[in-house]
Design a protein around this ligand. Structure first.
Ligand code: NAD
Length: 363
């Protein structure tokens, strides 16, 4: 298997965590005889300082000819006074738009060992494993017309979807559910919004192509509550852009730590993979960053850009095993550290790699 990966490590802890993600991918390549090539380019604050723009043209050109883009994180306090379109985050928005991915996949899963970090009771979250599929290019964030008229004191946005926009993201959700626990929960507000009535009608149509997958509908307000009361009941959760933004963040509490969560944006020209955390300037360069979010993002690259499901699962299993064995980065330790071993970023990466090797050898 050949795979060309562009690594845009970015700022703060971005380079530290992407180093570990790349090292895991290299390990997988060596073990399986795969040919993964890695090209590094700048994005975000480091690109502003070096190239004068948050997304240099040569980074974008390299992204468009790669099979997958792995992004670390962008941002830094020294750029906070710049105008929004000049800031590091503008580079992230620009690369997302240029790659054109419309389906944002964001898992929310509970690690038994980290239940202590979640505000939810362990018996509620244990075993929860949800995959959010959020439509990323439509809805109120992009809909026109939009305006804030300061004279009249009136502001509005347009929540708009076409049949095709709904169908293409729904198809991705059903395909993913077919390979998981075979259930899609589609979230809308069809009791009030016409745009949600279209959403629901199209999702019902697409569901007919996947008879093995069960479809249920939930109103977004009820769903916000169900996710906290009974997260184990959900498999794939399909949402439009705004609802997905809110619900996927809410579900972060199931995992209990920002440093553990990966994401993938698929369906466009090139898939974009990134841990969900930011550049964490407060801990950058100290070896304190948790590389798990980035390493689990590497698993998503293998699953969605390489078709290497066994290897993707090996990384996910290794992450669980390492936690079971009591290894933690500093962000995962609350209070009592008895029985726990606190590791640096690089030590945690090495531990996961060694465990991936064991898992694959046993499989
Ligand atoms: P953040 O995610 O960087 O940090 C929030 C808190 O979580 C901090 O205390 C940080 O130390 C901790 N944290 C985050 N990731 C961690 C990890 N892997 N291991 C251990 N601890 C971790 O969010 P923020 O502080 O709001 O933003 C910092 C900068 O990052 C800002 O410039 C912001 O714009 C940017 N940002 C970038 C992205 C992105 O690149 N996708 C996302 C969010 C924020």
């Amino acid at each position: 298997m050949k795979l060309k990966i562009l690594v845009t490590a970015g700022d703060g802890i971005g380079p530290e965590v992407t180093n570990e993600a790349v090292a895991v991918l290299q390990e997988i390549a060596t073990l399986g005889g795969h040919e993964f090539t890695f090209t590094e380019k700048r994005i975000g604050g480091i690109a502003i300082t070096t190239d004068g723009a948050p997304l240099p043209q040569d980074t974008l050109d390299a992204a468009l000819v790669s099979d997958a883009v792995l992004l670390g994180a962008v941002g830094g306090n020294e750029f906070n006074s710049l105008a929004p379109d000049k800031r590091p985050e503008a580079g992230l928005l620009a690369i997302r738009a240029a790659l054109g991915g419309f389906a944002n996949l964001r898992p929310a899963f509970a690690f038994k060992e980290l239940a202590v970090n979640s505000p939810l009771r362990p018996e509620i979250i244990e075993g929860a494993d949800i995959l959010f599929v959020r439509e990323l290019l439509g809805g109120a964030y992009f809909g026109k017309p939009r305006e804030w008229n300061r004279q009249t004191g009136v502001a509005f946005n347009t929540m708009i979807y076409t049949r095709d926009e709904v169908a293409r993201v729904a198809r991705i959700a059903f395909k993913l559910a077919a390979a998981r626990r075979k259930k899609v929960t589609s979230v809308d507000k069809a009791n009030v919004l016409e745009v949600s009535q279209l959403w629901r009608a199209v999702v019902i149509e697409v569901a007919k192509e996947f008879p093995e997958v069960t479809l249920e509908h939930q109103y977004v307000d009820a769903m916000a509550m169900h996710l906290m009361n009974r997260p184990r009941d959900f498999d794939v959760v399909l949402t439009e852009n705004l609802f997905g933004d809110i619900l996927s963040d809410e579900s972060g509490v199931i995992t209990g730590s920002l440093g553990m969560l990966p994401s993938a944006t698929i369906g466009g020209k090139v898939n974009l993979y990134e841990p969900i955390h930011g550049s964490a300037p407060d801990i950058a360069g100290k070896g304190l960053a948790n590389p798990m979010g980035a390493i689990l993002t590497a698993a998503l690259i293998l699953r969605h850009s390489a078709g290497l499901e066994r290897e993707a699962e090996a990384i996910e299993q290794a992450a669980r095993k390492v936690l079971e064995q009591g290894f933690r980065t500093a962000d995962l330790v609350r209070g009592n550290t008895a029985g726990l071993t606190v590791l640096s970023t690089a030590e945690m990466g090495a531990k996961v790699r060694a465990t991936v090797k064991e898992v694959l050898a046993r499989a």
